[in-house]
Design a binder for this molecule. Structure first.
Ligand code: ATP
Ligand code: LTN
Length: 316
């Protein structure tokens, strides 16, 4: 039995890249493992968030995971901010991490671009909090999209450095990245990752898009070689057909291909949306689920922090 852990930011609507790159792989590992899934609200505030929107996005994220098949009996499901040990361990790891290695993080470089001197310390420190998230629970496997690989590798480096200095405290985590679907590209710009913070809504398929919107977005998707390959990847993941089968079926028939792909996306989204909306009807129940998860997480995290404090010499 392995410890499987992943987390997503409540920074807006989730898109099909998040679903195929992180949520679905996590749900597939749920049986037979010990699982942790949380909503990283403290990561989300590394860029400005409106409090009321953030609150709604947290509830929406919880409803989406449950709708996608996350089972609170099998998975410890909670909010990162409800377990103070995450930020506590992040501080200690800050004192192990090097400025140089954080300056090399691609996500930081991309998100800090153009912000000049006003870029927040939180954005720079983001990967250290993520390392704390992972190491706190003795995680073996971290299912993530391709863009997060560098961050999981940093967590490994910090664990190794800490263990060398203070003894074997942390387990070495491994990123688990799908061969297909780990980097779904933007519909309107296949050279960029599909991202919820993209400027244009046309670039991503939101998990809450209705059938007409899905059809419109896919119809206007760029179909140069990379764009088409991206749509074929989506089709493969949604229908189980191989790329070869798809190529044979739709040779030179872009329009019918796009129509069938839109139908496959809608077949996934419609029942998912019905479930999300049902969960959102009962906020109190969602909060109870998250609180119960936080309670379980806290017990494990508190124990681990005792070991960490002892190892570094602050526990008298
Ligand atoms: P943002 O655009 O705000 O940075 P995001 O869309 O990248 O957000 P995150 O919350 O940062 O989403 O990522 C959640 C999970 O989804 C991570 O495991 C990430 O690797 C994965 N993921 C994000 N975008 C994609 C994508 N285009 N294809 C596959 N997986 C993705
Ligand atoms: N940085 C991740 C979110 C994240 C995460 C984690 C993922 C925060 N902590 C721990 C896996 C394990 C992202 O999706 N952008």
């Amino acid at each position: 039995m392995s410890r499987v852990l992943t987390a997503l930011q409540p920074s807006g609507v989730l898109h099909i890249g998040n679903y195929l790159g992180a949520i679905q792989p996590f749900v597939e590992l749920q049986t037979g493992n010990e699982n942790f899934l949380f909503i990283v609200d403290y990561h989300a505030i590394t860029v400005p968030q409106k409090p009321e929107e953030l609150r709604r996005n947290i509830l929406f994220a919880a409803a989406t995971y449950l709708a996608a098949g996350v089972d609170p009996e099998k998975t410890v499901l909670f909010q990162q901010s409800a377990v103070a040990e995450h930020t506590e361990l992040a501080w200690i790891l800050n004192c192990v991490a090097h400025m140089g290695e954080l300056e090399r993080m691609i996500q930081y470089k991309e998100k800090a671009r153009g912000k000049g001197e006003s870029v927040t310390v939180g954005l720079f420190d983001y990967p250290v909090l993520m390392a704390a998230d992972i190491l706190l629970y003795d995680t073996d496997i971290v299912p993530v999209g391709e863009d997060q690989k560098q961050h999981v590798e940093l967590a490994r480096d910090l664990a190794q450095r800490f263990n060398k200095r203070f003894g074997e405290v942390f387990v070495m985590p491994k990123p688990q990245i799908r061969k297909q679907g780990a980097r779904i590209m933007a519909l309107d710009d296949p050279s960029a990752k599909m991202s919820k913070s993209a400027a244009s809504e046309k670039s991503y398929l939101s998990l809450m898009d209705d059938a007409q919107t899905v059809e419109k977005k896919i119809r206007s998707a760029v179909t140069d070689a990379t764009g088409l390959a991206n749509l074929q990847t989506l089709c493969t993941l949604l229908t189980g057909k191989t790329v070869k089968q798809i190529e044979t079926m739709y040779q030179g028939k872009n329009e019918p291909f796009k129509q069938d792909l839109a139908a496959a996306v809608t077949a996934l989204l419609t029942p998912l949306q019905q479930k999300v909306n049902a969960y959102l009807q009962d906020e109190a129940a969602l909060k109870r689920t998250l609180d119960a998860g936080a309670e379980r997480a806290r017990t494990i995290a508190a124990k681990k922090m005792e070991r960490v404090r002892k190892a570094i010499g602050v526990q008298l």
